[in-house]
Design a protein around this ligand. Structure first.
Ligand SMILES: CC(C)(COP(=O)(O)OP(=O)(O)OC[C@H]1O[C@@H](n2cnc3c(N)ncnc32)[C@H](O)[C@@H]1OP(=O)(O)O)[C@@H](O)C(=O)NCCC(=O)NCCS
Length: 249
């Protein structure tokens, strides 16, 4: 289920990304992977693609990067091939030399057959999607990685509630550390999110020097197969959701 107040569009035209808006784009990695040439990718990205052992993973990477460049190109007003992506010391990509008057913050996530892209002009954002597997030990993982508060709350759940709670917790936590940009150097046990309420996800507390300030969270996908969350270190007024077109030009 996607939040009902999202304006959904099978858009082929990028609408104006306003100062307090966030745009989310969903890409099917099933539908497009044979049609992508990768000719807008940088040499570095082509080297990255070549490191994938399995062809499917390589094609998914090329497709995701091609779409990222295509979308970024429209938001930044620069030809896709000419965009330069740089990385912070934890691997978070950002746009080098952005227009100061029209900055573009973005983040990417992919799992199984879906990639999601998030764009904002206001501040750092992080997005995470997970394909919800049945064959994992939710409580063992929660005890190992999450805060004690989250583990104890999850331990009260069972069956489908436990699975859903675990994935809501995981995606909210990942979205938050992806917004902050520190990756796993920011221990997942040093902060807590809620997961009982799908309409109102929240960062509950964070005990770390990596972060002080605001974090607003939004549920993006929450269906039988996938769970996804968005974290914004800013105050978006509106979050719009679009499906990526099949044609990547
Ligand atoms: C790399 C990490 C930031 C996200 O990894 P992930 O959830 O496996 O992958 P996602 O698909 O959500 O995100 C990958 C994308 O995030 C971006 N990214 C990479 N490092 C990032 C960082 N430090 N901050 C924000 N975004 C980052 C990149 O665009 C990357 O895409 P690419 O691989 O096509 O270049 C990191 O948090 C991680 O390794 N997480 C896994 C943690 C885990 O196993 N937790 C278990 C909980 S039970």
């Amino acid at each position: 289920m996607i939040r009902s107040d999202y304006r959904q569009a099978a858009a082929t035209v990028v609408t104006e990304l306003t100062g307090n808006g966030v745009h989310i784009w969903q890409l099917s990695l099933l539908a497009n992977s044979e049609v992508v040439s990768g000719d807008t990718l940088s040499k570095n990205e082509i080297r990255q693609a070549e490191r994938f052992h399995f062809t499917t993973d390589r094609l998914k990477f090329i497709l995701t990067r091609t779409m990222l460049r295509s979308l970024l190109s429209r938001y930044a007003g620069v030809e896709a091939k000419k965009l330069t992506l740089a990385y912070n010391r934890h691997g978070k990509p950002y746009l080098l030399n952005p227009d100061r008057d029209k900055p573009v913050f973005f983040n990417v996530t992919h799992s199984q057959d879906i990639a999601l892209f998030a764009f904002s002009r206001q501040g750092e954002i992080g997005i995470d999607i997970e394909y919800m597997r049945d064959n994992i030990k939710y409580l063992e993982l929660a005890q190992r990685f999450f805060s004690a508060q989250e583990y104890q709350a999850l331990a009260q759940l069972s069956g489908n509630e436990l699975k859903t709670g675990f994935y809501r917790c995981w995606t909210r936590k990942e979205a938050f550390i992806k917004a902050v940009g520190t990756g796993l150097s920011f221990s997942l046990g040093k902060f807590a999110v809620n997961f009982d309420n799908n309409d109102n996800p929240k960062l509950l507390w964070a005990d770390t020097p990596h972060f002080s300030g605001t974090c607003n969270m939004f549920p993006i996908l929450d269906d039988e197969y996938y769970c996804a969350a968005l974290a914004c270190l800013c105050h978006p007024g509106q979050v719009d959701f679009y499906y990526c077109p099949q044609n990547l030009d």
